[in-house]
Design a protein around this ligand. Structure first.
Ligand code: HEM
Ligand code: FPP
Length: 310
């Protein structure tokens, strides 16, 4: 029997790993939204890119994101085995060994960075490498088990991909791509802490110092509200920088106010089941919210560029 920390990990990997198990290592559902923000960064960036290279670039970013997910699962297999939400992942369930996941994650990391660098430029390739490093090492290995600020700092990893997409076209970093980074960065704490508020027992069982089990529910709810206000304000930056028109601005204002309202309801909810319900609602909304904000940025930009509207 293998032990990691105090945790029992399934014995020798049983049976053949299926393709689906390797796909699961890539965290495809979470990464789909990350890749969408990267795609939007790439499309709205000023300049042109050969459409085939654009497809390759988005593919490389998706593979890089997936690779970082595999490295995260390699390192976290001990705590994943404890949490009900993650216990059936390929490593704790014994379908893939830690070594296989590590090699898979490293090979995909190198391939994705090389592919992006060769297909576009090395600013984008370098940023992708840094993003993978940030999620796998800074967040997963260094911060996650040490501080309740893990999500705040580590969340930057999820915010870089939109800048990677932008850099794939322009070869640089700009105020607008930094604004897009800031939106995802400020979105991550309310997104994740809302989930942690109703999955708290999972994290405390695994000994992961997430905000609700360290600072308490009340403080977490206040912090969620503060980040929601900052988030809604940050979504106005593309308009203030003269990059986006009224369509985006209207979407940002309406969704931003909705986000703040749900965060405020969560802050005011009674402890227990009402609080958990409000947290679940905010978490679910957070997913649509980020999609809508980036979709509006994309649509607004395409209408201006190709339709001469707005
Ligand atoms: C450190 C930062 C983040 C943490 C700790 C985090 C954590 C989580 C967790 C624990 C879930 C629960 C569901 C699951 O594992 O299946 C989840 C769901 C999700 N997250 Fe995050 N997240 C973070 C950042 C992001 C970012 C940056 C994005 C996209 C831009 C994102 C997109 C999603 C999506 C789309 C889901 C829903 C997945 C599904 O429906 O199965 N997350 N997140
Ligand atoms: C292009 C590229 C490299 C993208 C990386 C994007 C990125 C860092 C996304 C983070 C989202 C994520 C899966 C967090 C899970 O945190 P967790 O590992 O604490 O959650 P878990 O408990 O579900 O494992």
């Amino acid at each position: 029997m293998a032990y990691l920390g105090d945790t029992k990990i399934n014995p020798a990997v049983t049976g053949e790993a299926r393709v689906g198990d390797y796909l699961a290592l890539l965290k495809p559902s979470v990464m789909s939204l990350v890749v969408f923000t990267a795609f939007v960064g790439l499309v709205v960036a000023p300049g042109t890119i050969n459409p085939i290279l654009a497809v390759i670039a988005v593919f490389a970013i998706a593979v890089g994101g997936g690779a970082s997910g595999a490295l995260n699962m390699w390192y976290d297999s001990d705590i994943d085995a404890i949490m009900s939400r993650t216990a059936n992942r390929p490593i704790p369930a014994g379908r893939i060994s830690r070594e296989q996941a590590l090699v898979f994650g490293l090979v995909l990391s190198v391939c994705s960075v090389t592919l992006l660098g060769l297909a576009t430029n090395w600013v984008a390739g370098g940023l992708l490498a840094f993003t993978i490093f940030f999620y796998a090492v800074i967040y997963t290995i260094w911060l996650k088990r040490r501080t309740p600020q893990n999500i705040v700092i580590g969340g930057a990893a999820g915010a870089f991909p939109t800048m990677v997409g932008w850099a794939a076209v322009t070869g640089d970093i700009s105020l607008v791509s930094c604004a897009m980074f800031l939106i995802v960065f400020l979105w991550t704490p309310p997104h994740f802490w809302a989930l942690a508020l109703y999955k708290q027992s999972d994290y405390s069982a695994a000994g992961v110092p997430m905000m609700p089990n360290v600072a308490g529910e009340k403080s977490t709810r206040v912090q969620i509200l503060v980040y929601s206000v900052l988030l809604a304000a940050s979504t106005l930056l593309p308009s203030l920088l003269g990059f986006s028109g009224w369509l985006y601005t209207a979407a940002a204002v309406v969704t931003g106010l909705s986000f703040i309202y749900l965060a405020w309801k969560l802050q005011r909810a009674e402890d227990g089941a009402p609080m958990r319900r409000a947290a679940r609602t905010l978490f679910t909304f957070s997913l649509s919210y980020l999609f809508i904000v980036f979709f509006a940025l994309l649509t607004d930009n395409l209408l201006v560029r190709f339709g001469g509207f707005l």
